[in-house]
Design a protein around this ligand. Structure first.
Ligand code: AMP
Ligand code: MG
Length: 400
């Protein structure tokens, strides 16, 4: 049985980057850039006014010359001539600074009478309120390096350079199979011994929260032949196959046997952790297989700690070993009783500067998970933790 660290290392070492594709920036949110982007132009492309105000020649003001307002330029316009001594131009934010002008005073700091401009801002400096050409980025300068996450700001920056499409690492295709003869779809009536199937719903929602869509999940009862068939039929058509349940050692747990039969290469099976001890990770041709223990809280914990890590690595994200890289240390809000031997992932809630281990840590309980915003990681060797002791906190991605 592997430690959590060794299991995560095994995921990191085995996962490969997916292929590169060129996509429109309209759809690029959440991808990782797979090229260096050099700016095809200077930004701003011309000296630009940062204010609604007046453009003038600083020396005229210094020398107390009379300054006359001779024209107006709005954003999108440009003044064709060159400003001469004693002249000013009414200008608006974003408009090009006219040739010859080297200062802009904001409109709140002037008075004007009969076309004469009186500057009240006696502290004004040369080049005030001018965004100089190329001050954000120069033409041919490296704007965004390969490996940048395409956030809203990064996409806006790319669009601002006039670029329409980018090379990114594609997203993985993920197939989901839930196993269990006791499972009934929500919306139907439960008969004796049945429970509602919830894992596919939380997995699909968790995938959605990290920008991955799926074609839904397939279900299979605890039957060896049917388990073999459904896995064999879907293992080739995805980058990651996620299985829920049936991976323990009960008489009706057929997943491991089915994977063996298909000659899936086991990378690890069983991790010294709670919840999710029977977690399985394997590889078949180009497909990675995670078999997640069926208890609903274990499924989600293993998803966030391992599957999410694998997806990020496949997509070219470089921050390993935590949920989305968002790993912090915080003092525990209350004592927690723990023995050595297994690593724990506790459902937690951040409250001010501390993190609360929630009630209801058992692996079948989702009610507490529903109010969690993080997982608290307690390493294998840690024992009873006292309130105030720092613990590792993995923030959950998505809505909180
Ligand atoms: P298993 O790992 O198949 O032994 O399942 C462990 C526990 O999780 C059992 O109580 C199952 O009924 C429950 N379980 C398994 N799969 C699901 C599912 N898809 N939705 C809800 N509960 C499940
Ligand atoms: Mg089962």
């Amino acid at each position: 049985m592997l430690s959590v660290e060794k299991a995560k290392q095994a995921v990191t070492e085995n996962i490969h980057l997916l292929s590169i594709e060129n996509i429109s920036i309209d759809n690029a949110y959440g991808y990782v850039l797979y090229e260096d982007i050099y700016s095809p132009l200077a930004l701003p492309p011309f000296n630009q006014s940062a204010m609604d105000g007046y453009a003038f020649i600083f020396d005229d003001f210094k020398n107390n010359l009379q300054i006359k307002i001779i024209a107006e330029v709005a954003a999108g316009d440009s003044f064709k001539g060159t400003l001469k001594s004693g002249q000013a131009i009414r200008i608006f934010t974003g408009a090009p600074v006219p040739k010859g002008a080297d200062c802009i005073v904001m409109q709140e700091k002037v008075t004007s009478e009969k076309g004469q401009l009186l500057i009240l801002d006696l502290e004004i400096k040369q080049n005030a309120n001018i965004r100089s050409k190329g001050s954000q980025i120069e033409k041919t300068e490296l704007a965004l390096p390969k490996g940048t996450s395409l956030t809203a700001a990064a996409i806006g920056f790319i669009a601002g350079m006039g670029i329409t499409d980018v090379n990114v690492v594609r997203k993985p295709k993920i197939n989901i199979i839930v196993t269990g003869s006791e499972l009934q779809k929500p919306g139907n009536i439960l008969t004796g011994g049945q429970i509602y199937e919830s894992n596919s719903y939380s997995i699909i929602a968790a995938l959605k929260s990290i920008g991955i869509s799926t074609e839904g999940a397939q279900s299979v009862p605890d039957n060896e032949a049917e388990t073999n068939t459904i896995i064999a039929n879907s293992i080739d058509s995805c980058d990651i196959l996620l299985l829920s349940g049936g991976i323990s050692v009960g008489d009706y747990d057929f997943v491991e046997r089915a994977l063996k039969k298909l000659e899936v290469q086991t990378i690890f099976y069983k991790v010294k952790q709670k919840p999710g001890k029977p977690l399985y990770f394997g590889k078949y041709k180009n497909t990675f297989i995670f078999a997640l223990p069926g208890n609903p809280a274990a499924v989600l914990t293993c998803f966030y700690e391992y599957v999410y890590l694998a997806i990020r690595l496949m997509m070219g994200y470089t921050l390993p070993y935590s949920i989305g890289g968002a790993q912090i240390q915080m003092p525990l809000a209350s004592d927690y009783v723990k023995k050595k031997g297994l690593s724990f992932f506790l459902k937690g809630k951040i409250s001010g500067n501390t993190v609360i281990p929630l009630d209801g840590q058992e692996s079948y309980i989702l009610s507490s998970f529903a109010s969690a915003d993080c997982l608290i990681y307690l390493p294998e060797e840690s024992e009873n933790i006292k309130a105030g002791q720092p613990v590792e906190v993995h923030k959950l991605p998505g809505l909180q």
